[in-house]
Ligand binder design. Structure first.
Ligand SMILES: [Zn+2]
Ligand SMILES: [Zn+2]
Length: 559
């Protein structure tokens, strides 16, 4: 039996990811016995998850409800909105909807995951409403830092929700339609029951600025530069890529692309009708041979990702390109909070080489893809929502967005947390229940729980080292041989005195046990572990992970 009844005409909102964090968006709307999923994104792991790259929302709730899940609709192709699809789709198996460019990016992912023949992927024409009973969904094109950003107008018998997706206003977006105020005003006239929207840049008092202005500025900046010019940006920003192509043309430089995601996006863009005037691309093997004044290199890694092209170039680890003094690197990107340290290191590595580094702090080389407060104010003025639920932000962003919405005359606001089931009604917003929620991570090839014991062990080993011990016991539980020890990642790990001390600690721990308790492997393991930890804490101030292997002489088969 599902959570919702067909006769229950309440309209519900349930975020499983993206509320209280920036990343891994997964939102659900519930109505008349059915659920609609909006976006299914991922985040990147931090130091808390050593060895893990990707983090996803746990879809357990909707897994149990999959018979009532009508569709997954994707607003746009950023990883925080589509990145989890290849990893989670098999858990809830429903039709997926996306516009052509987003669908092209998703297809690439499904191909790699071997799911391309399984997932029913429907390509949406943004001008036609999709009937996903009891929801009717219309894509509303909005500017964003990727081609084909969209809000969704979701009509239900209770009223219309405008789910903004990620957006900004741009009267010269270069790709896609200009700011669609008539569409938004029309929605407002027809009546918007709730606006569920992007809070990322609510602390920016002004407007995000136009892609066209960035293009003009970059042409001027590069025109004045001598020697090589490298521009790094987010590959998925097709308008910015087009700009880089235009900069190459305007400054008489040949264009080189470095980085797999750059190539992937250019292919997807051309496939769906963008970048048709993009200049011919010089093969990356030839980048180093072109005269330094005649080359423009576009590459990945603008957030300091260690394996991306610009990081490799900075540490002289790139197969095809080496920079020289007085070459230039332009970071046409935002310094995302949290990445300052790693980017600072990257800027320093380049500076030490004598490379001229230009970031958004030095010159006008970037505009954001998210709305500042002036744009948010216009959105509220056009759509006139009765209620507002801020999403796509950390707690402080959501709270500030809710305050702004009230200042702009919205009667009811509610700041959600992941797992909150919220009823949206004419009378207001009400928290009615909580759904299970959590995180999954990609560990190697396996999707496992965020709290997985293996990752906890790895974290402990990373901070406190690890000791493996092998113990052989006699029939009477006494040590039959000297234990073998392998300390890993500990100070003094190769010091004989330390090794002997560990050995004594293991022997003493076993000798101290009452003879009867030595029959139990579990008891022996526990005693040895405590002995080793106690010794390590005292001697070296570390509390290592311990693995104990126990063999009993009567069970050993000497072949
Ligand atoms: Zn986005
Ligand atoms: Zn986003």
């Amino acid at each position: 039996m599902g959570y919702l009844r067909k006769t229950d005409d309440r309209l519900l909102f349930l975020p499983l990811g993206g509320s209280g964090e920036i990343g891994m968006n997964l939102n659900l709307y519930g109505h008349k016995g059915k659920w609609l999923m909006v976006d299914c994104g991922m985040s990147f792991a931090d130091n808390y998850l050593p060895g893990v790259d990707l983090v996803f929302p746990d879809p357990e709730f909707i897994e149990d409800e999959q018979d009532d899940l009508v569709a997954l609709v994707l607003t746009h192709g950023h990883e925080d909105h589509i990145g989890a699809v290849p990893y989670l789709w098999e858990r809830f198996r429903c039709p997926v909807y996306a516009t052509p460019f987003t669908a092209e990016l998703v297809k690439g992912k499904l191909q790699e995951a071997g799911l391309i023949d399984e997932v029913p992927l429907h390509i949406v024409d943004a001008h036609e409403a999709i009937n996903l009973d009891p929801f009717e969904v219309s894509y509303v094109p909005l500017a964003h830092s990727i081609a084909e950003g969209h809000g969704l107008a979701i009509k239900t018998s209770k009223g219309t929700i405008f789910h903004t997706g990620d957006w900004k206003l741009d009267d010269r977006p270069l790709i896609g339609p200009a700011c669609p105020s008539p569409v938004l005003s029309k929605l407002g006239e027809e009546g918007v029951l709730a606006l569920v929207g992007d809070s990322t840049n609510v602390f920016n008092p002004s407007e995000s600025g136009s892609e066209a202005a960035v293009r003009e500025s970059l042409v001027e900046i590069v025109r004045d530069m001598r020697n090589r010019v490298v521009i790094t940006t987010f590959a998925s920003n097709v308008a910015r890529l087009e700009t880089i192509g235009e900069v190459a043309k305007a400054t008489g430089r040949r264009l080189v692309l470095l980085g797999r995601s750059m190539e992937r996006v250019v292919r997807a863009a051309k496939e769906t009708g963008y970048l048709l005037d993009f200049p011919n691309i010089v093969a990356e093997e030839d980048a180093d041979y072109l005269p330094r004044d005649e080359v423009l290199i576009a590459c990945t890694g603008c957030q300091g990702e260690p394996r991306a092209a610009i990081a490799r170039i900075a540490r002289d680890d790139h197969k095809h390109l080496q920079l020289s003094p007085d070459d230039n690197v332009i970071f046409s990107s935002k310094i995302i909070p949290g990445n300052e340290l790693v980017l600072g290191q990257l800027f320093n590595q380049l500076a030490v080489k004598g490379v001229n580094v230009v970031t958004e702090k030095d010159a006008f080389v970037h505009v954001s893809g998210h709305p500042g407060r002036e744009e948010l104010a216009k959105m509220y003025e056009w759509t006139k929502p009765h209620t507002a639920i801020p999403v796509h932000g950390e707690a402080r962003h959501l709270l500030r967005h809710a305050k702004l919405a009230r200042e702009l005359g919205v009667q009811h606001t509610l700041v959600p947390k992941n797992g909150d089931i919220i009823e949206i009604a004419e009378e207001g917003l009400r928290l009615i229940d909580e759904a299970p929620f959590g995180r999954l991570v990609l560990d190697g090839n396996e999707v496992v729980s965020y709290e997985d014991a293996a990752i906890a062990d790895r974290r402990r080993a990373a901070h406190n080292g690890f000791v493996s011990v092998s113990v052989v016991l006699d029939d009477d539980g006494a040590l039959a041989a000297e234990p073998l020890l392998a300390p890993l990642g500990l100070p003094r790990h190769d010091d004989v005195g330390f090794y002997d001390g560990l050995l004594d600690a293991v022997e003493a721990a076993i000798e101290r046990m009452k003879s009867g308790t030595r029959d139990s492997d579990l008891h022996v393991e526990e005693a040895v572990r405590i002995g080793i930890r106690r010794f390590c804490r005292r001697e070296i101030g570390k509390n290592p992970g311990v693995a104990v292997m126990i063999a009993r002489r009567d069970q050993i088969d000497f072949r």
